[in-house]
Design a protein around this ligand. Structure first.
Ligand code: IDP
Length: 156
């Protein structure tokens, strides 16, 4: 397997995560994995931004409900860095429906819904690039080297 690239991905703790007080649990899982926060903010999402974020789902049966849910209460938007972070975060998040998501994943451990499923994560490098520029200005992303990297990325 070729070495994975150091990537930045876009994660959003959705309204249900904030309402249920699960933001700390979710961020804790990311930190314990060795991932690094590069940006983080609380946003009550305007409808237009929600529609832009979920543009690929426009016209689907669940779209109106998804936008209503996503704009119903604040979310926590995060830029998360690490080697292979896009795929790593998708693995940590688990399958879309909490009833089907594997135990050990965020959705598998913490929810039962297919729509109110706690967290969004970019699904490809292209999505990550698009979504990061949608949610963050460059100045909001902080570049720093974590002192834990020698342990997290030890090649052995
Ligand atoms: P993902 O979040 O696992 O990548 P997507 O297929 O990209 O899943 O769907 C985006 C979001 O739309 C889901 O996380 C979920 O909140 C919502 N969603 C997807 N499919 C359904 C559905 O069949 N019913 C209700 N909501 C759905």
């Amino acid at each position: 397997m070729p070495p994975a690239a150091f990537e930045t991905t876009l994660l959003i703790a959705k309204p249900d995560a904030v309402q249920r007080g699960l933001v700390g649990e979710i961020v804790g899982r990311l930190e314990r994995k060795g991932l690094q926060l590069a940006g983080m903010k609380l946003v009550h999402v305007p409808r237009k931004l929600a529609e832009q974020h979920y543009a690929e789902h426009a016209g689907k049966g669940f779209f109106d409900g998804l936008i209503a849910f996503f704009t119903s209460a604040p979310v926590v938007v995060m830029a998360v860095r690490g080697v292979g972070s896009i795929a790593v975060c998708r693995t940590l998040i688990g399958a879309t429906n909490g009833r089907l998501a594997a135990p050990g994943t965020i959705r598998g451990d913490l929810g039962l819904s297919g729509g109110h499923n706690l967290i969004h994560g970019s699904d490809s490098p292209e999505s990550a690039e698009r979504e990061l520029s949608l949610w963050f200005d460059d100045a909001e992303l902080i570049d720093y080297t974590s002192s834990s990297q020698g342990d997290v990325y030890d090649p052995s």
